[in-house]
Write a protein that binds this ligand. Structure first.
Ligand code: SAH
Length: 396
């Protein structure tokens, strides 16, 4: 390995998690960094007994090093190409080429694919890269070149969308834009339904790809039901419900822009279908006065907790939201309820939902326990990567 990497030595006893392949080094675990180190530099991490532990990207902040290799390698273009190739091969297994039913998936899921700080979502030929660390941001051209080589003609464009995800303390000032190709078609297909995706202006990388299998499950339950899709964003759950034979579908989001996107997508999939209506209203207001109106409700709120400090408030939020839904849903109703907060564990989320049901005094059965799909793999040594939790409940 190249000796030019700054040597980072951990305090005594702080090497355990790295020895178990957890990829994060917290700033408080570091005893000393030898030599000059800048944000985004590659550093080599050693224990207090001078044992090699791993190499990763250095960053100013609570997570000081994101380890991408536990072996003594040189992270050159071939190293990254190999990682990207592995990630791509897995997706090729999951989404066969002749199955054009679904052409939107997550190509690289950060720690889940051994590339902490890097997300790449694939939208029908367009790779949207979102860097969450300076280290990854600084090698974006290399990553793009490697991707172009691996994917060949399958790749029409690469868009960098890191302006909002690069840590605010950093000295780098990212500007979003195309790294390869330009202005491609922005329509994607998910299980045969069509969506316009706006990766330039939309939330995250433009689409909540992680809910694909859960949206599909809504289709199976929708027949003859009156459906409320709360926090609808681009309307995904609504169209699966419509295709599944729902009686009526109401999509609600507080953002007028989201409602406009939903209405656009309705036109693409179900033109002139009077079963659907969309409303730009706050969730808590809407859920006040809909007693027995719906017998299938989807609650897919934004992350209520982004940091550990906000966890108690977030749990209160999930409890309140679910209480409202339990109070209003018609007997015999199905509730799909989710949390995408990384810091809210499966158990804590279930407790919050449980409290909501108890307050509303409803009898409830768990039908399914949901999570993120296989193109969002979780690194077994990094359980924090399992961020999406969902329950499908039968409410008597
Ligand atoms: N279910 C969507 C993703 C939801 S993302 C899908 O399948 O694609 C969360 C959405 O919640 C965002 O669109 C955001 O605008 C909306 N939102 C945030 N706070 C809200 C509130 N208080 N009331 C209603 N919608 C809200």
């Amino acid at each position: 390995m190249d000796a030019q990497f700054a040597k980072t030595v951990l305090k005594s006893g702080k090497d355990q998690s790295l020895k178990r392949f957890h990829p994060w080094v917290f700033s408080g675990a570091i005893k000393k960094v030898y030599g000059q180190v800048n944000e985004g530099d590659v550093v080599a991490v050693y224990s207090n007994k001078d044992e090699f532990l791993g190499i990763g990207h250095y960053q100013v902040g609570s997570i000081a090093v994101r380890v991408f290799s536990f072996e003594e390698i040189t992270p050159d273009i071939n190293f990254w190409k190999n990682k990207l190739q592995n990630a791509y091969n897995l997706r090729k297994q999951l989404f066969s080429k002749d199955n054009q039913d679904t052409n939107v998936f997550r190509l690289v899921n950060a720690e889940g694919d051994g590339m902490p700080g890097l997300i790449i979502d694939f939208y029908n030929g367009v790779a949207v890269m979102q860097m969450h660390s300076i280290g990854m941001y600084l090698i974006k051209e290399q990553l793009k070149d490697a991707l172009v080589e691996i994917m060949g003609g399958e790749l029409k464009a690469v868009y960098d969308k890191s302006a909002k995800t690069i840590p605010f303390k950093s000295s780098v000032e990212p500007i979003d834009g195309y790294l390869y190709g330009s202005d491609p078609d922005k329509q994607v297909s998910e299980y045969g339904l069509t969506f316009n995706v706006d990766w330039e202006l939309g939330q995250k990388t433009g689409f909540f790809i992680d809910q694909r299998e859960n949206r599909k499950l809504v289709e199976d339950y929708a027949k003859g039901r009156d459906v409320l899709n709360m926090f609808c964003y681009t309307g995904g759950f609504s169209f699966f419900a419509m295709r599944g034979g729902a009686n009526l579908v109401h999509s609600v989001d507080s953002s007028a822009k989201a409602i406009a996107l939903t209405n656009e997508n309705v036109k693409l999939n179900f033109p002139d279908d009077s079963r659907h209506e969309a409303f730009a209203v706050d969730a808590f207001d809407y859920l006040k006065d809909i007693k027995d109106k719906y017998n299938l409700v989807v609650l897919d709120p934004p992350a209520f907790a982004k940091h550990r400090e906000t966890l108690p408030r977030a749990l209160q939020g999930y409890k309140r939201l679910n209480t409202r839904a339990f109070e209003q849903i018609r007997p015999g109703g199905i509730l799909f309820t989710f949390s995408c907060s990384q810091v809210v564990s499966k158990d804590k989320f279930r407790e919050a939902v449980f409290s909501g049901a108890a307050i509303a005094g409803r009898s409830v059965k768990i039908l399914h326990q949901l999570t993120q799909p296989a193109d969002h793999p979780v690194n077994l040594y990094h359980p924090e990567g399992e961020y999406l939790k969902g329950l499908v409940l039968y409410v008597d």
